[in-house]
Design a protein around this ligand. Sequence first.
Ligand code: ADP
Ligand code: MG
Length: 471
Amino acid sequence: MMRARDHQASPMSAVPFTNLTLRSELQSSIAIQGYESMTPVQEQTLPHLLNGKDLIAQAKTGSGKTAAFAIALLNKLDAQLYCTQALVLCPTRELADQVASEIRRLASNIPNIKLLTLYGGKAMGPQLASLRRDPHIVVGTPGRILKHIEKETLHLDKVQTLVLDEADRMLDMGFHDDIMKIISQTASSRQTLLFSATYPEAIKQISDKVQGDPVDIRVEASHHSPDIEQVFYQIENSKREEALYKVIAHYRPESTLVFCNTKQQCQELANEFRQHDLHALALHGDLEQFERDQVLTQFSGKSSSILIATDVAARGLDVKELAAVINYELSHDPEVHIHRIGRTARAGSKGLAVSLFTDSERRRLEAIEQYQGSPATLVSVSTLKIPEKLKLYPPMVTIFVNAGRKEKLRPGDLLGALTASGEIAGEQIGKITLFDKVAYVAVEQKMAKQALTMLADGKIKGRNYRARLLR
Ligand code: ADP
Ligand code: MG
């Protein structure tokens, strides 16, 4: 196995995409995206990817892995051949949608490319209709793709590029057997690419089974990120919840992602916090897809400042400007710890990472110190200052509307309905998110009632819809 470790490119040495030999349609769409130079993982993987090598790449969330494999698969795609040439497996519907849209953007200058997303929770009928002519590229989740293989509606024998994206998470979710069945349907001459944020033993095992002499690229999460202030508080187990409350009250981060090790903890903590006038939302694997969409929309629309999540649920979460990450409990795996805290301080901003641990978690603390190569900064809980009466409300509140893209609603329609009377100014309206059947609008807290009245009692695009505040 070849191995390239720790070749983190500094901004000074950034390599432009024009250094790569790519078809011209791709060069131009990369330029349209505004991608000037390659990210470290792109710089390290693309030369091998374009050489047709199998590859396993590990780099943290947000490092640009999607464009790396998207460019590789698009560069060798032949739009004249009507067969499925590339297959990307993703753990969730959301990630499949994100990957598909990045591939579509990068493919926008190559004429006649057909890309299809296939995941569960949608009717098979329309998918079957779309499959009547083989798409060039399929992006989807293992369960639904396997169903189509079994129905013989999807043909993978001409697949030249197979990508397992977020492979570690797919394995966590129990997709191992489905993945192996899917891979057995693909041509053995294919190029197999494995992308992952962490590198557990299970990844190595699957690589051994499905890849041929892969290039191994690991862009390590920086061990000493100067932009992250990392502190540890030793607590007693019975005081864990109280300590978390104190940490939030003391630092009052604008947005916080709290990591728990279990689903139950997430939900219990969120409920408890709400009783103490702290607006918190739980994100874990037991939520229905629409609940998950709703939680993420509220959090990214600044309508909740605290998101309490498990590692699996937080993966792929694309929230920019996370002010703080709090570990309610230390992770068993130091690599996961570094990955968690790397979610704050993105894009050059400063971040805060706070971890709570008990005496029985000492081993985990030592493992983290060893992994990051520096001692932990321990602080006493007694230094945390709590304001007398604490109410931490988020700046915005989200309104739910029971109409979406299917009703041909556009963000401008909602903006128009809210600002028409002049009572609410455009600046008081935040993020507007549309789904197929529902829409969400974030508005300033103090405008919540007026905004709700306008959307619930007034007309949107000439029609009446239901609306309610999400608290
Ligand atoms: P990952 O899969 O590694 O978690 P993504 O592929 O989702 O990360 O990329 C994160 C973000 O970075 C996306 O918004 C993407 O458009 C952007 N991005 C990717 N490559 C580049 C680049 N070379 N220059 C600037 N932005 C990029
Ligand atoms: Mg990704």
